[in-house]
Design a protein around this ligand. Structure first.
Ligand SMILES: Nc1ncnc2c1ncn2[C@@H]1O[C@H](COP(=O)(O)OP(=O)(O)OP(=O)(O)O)[C@@H](O)[C@H]1O
Ligand SMILES: [Mg+2]
Length: 243
């Protein structure tokens, strides 16, 4: 199920990225922006926004009605798992992901979004000089090769990371970077209200939680912190009361 995105900045960023994708697709721009690098501290919504963009593409380019088919339009690659594959397998996998996206055209898929989640695991900086192993250089070169040949009217990549410092500079130079800022308190409260509403909290309960979040800015910094608080409250005060 798709989540409800809150926050003006997120909606603006969603619109910006989808507008670029749509423009490049509709105008057959083959050598445009290859993709986006979403970076910022943990829990600020990078993966969520990437997935929502993938869903948008599935809905708008595919004309599909079954949500199960969405995943044909976007792929999420968990890079920490991918990077731990056996020698040579990671390169083969990266290559296959791009080849599959190109071939999907034959199955009526007009546009593919490839999400490399937690990309730092794969693209750790080459600044370590000659200490880096050949396997690593191999896999990063495969990625560059695929990216350089990518037809931007049909495919776009989104990389996410909370470790920009570990990302290879050549990756950063090739795609468009977007920094995800610390989530402002009013947006965290908006998230709380939306969750509280979905979980049937009454207005007093929502107000209590809102005050707690507002009074503890060190403890509640990210969407994840708010979600945890709301679910903890839900389980201890609402569900357990009924047992
Ligand atoms: N714009 C948003 N509106 C509402 N909820 C959001 C938004 N962005 C993220 N969330 C919620 O916050 C949680 C954390 O988001 P997400 O996993 O996307 O963060 P992340 O930046 O990818 O974190 P990490 O760096 O640890 O991978 C998700 O479970 C999601 O439900
Ligand atoms: Mg993430």
């Amino acid at each position: 199920m798709s989540i409800k995105i809150v926050g003006k900045w997120y909606i603006k960023t969603f619109n910006k990225v989808t507008k670029i994708i749509k423009y490049q697709h509709n105008n057959l721009i083959k050598n445009g922006i290859k993709g986006f690098l979403f970076h910022g501290v943990p829990g600020t919504g990078k993966t969520t926004l990437a997935i929502e963009i993938g869903r948008y593409v599935a809905l708008n380019f595919g004309g599909i009605s079954n949500p199960k088919d969405y995943n044909k339009y976007y792929q999420i690659l968990d890079c920490s798992t991918l990077a731990h594959a056996r020698y040579g397998e990671t390169e083969a996998h990266i290559h296959k992901v791009f080849v599959d996206a190109i071939n999907s055209k034959n199955q009526g898929i007009d546009f593919s979004v490839l999400i490399f989640d937690d990309a730092d695991g794969l693209f750790i900086t080459r600044d370590y000089g000659n200490k880096l192993e050949a396997w690593y250089i191999g896999q990063i070169n495969v990625f560059f090769h695929e990216l350089d040949n990518l037809d931007t009217s049909e495919i776009c990549v989104i990389l996410t990371t909370n470790r920009l410092d570990l990302m290879d500079k050549a990756v950063i130079d090739r795609i468009y970077s977007i920094e995800f800022p610390q989530v402002p308190i009013d947006i965290l409260c908006e998230k709380l209200k939306q969750m509280g509403f979905d979980l049937n909290f009454n207005s007093g309960e929502i107000k209590k939680l809102e005050d707690e979040i507002k009074n503890n800015p060190i403890k509640y910094k990210t969407f994840r912190d708010v979600e945890k608080k709301v679910y903890d409250y839900y389980i201890t005060n609402i569900i357990e009361d009924d047992w």
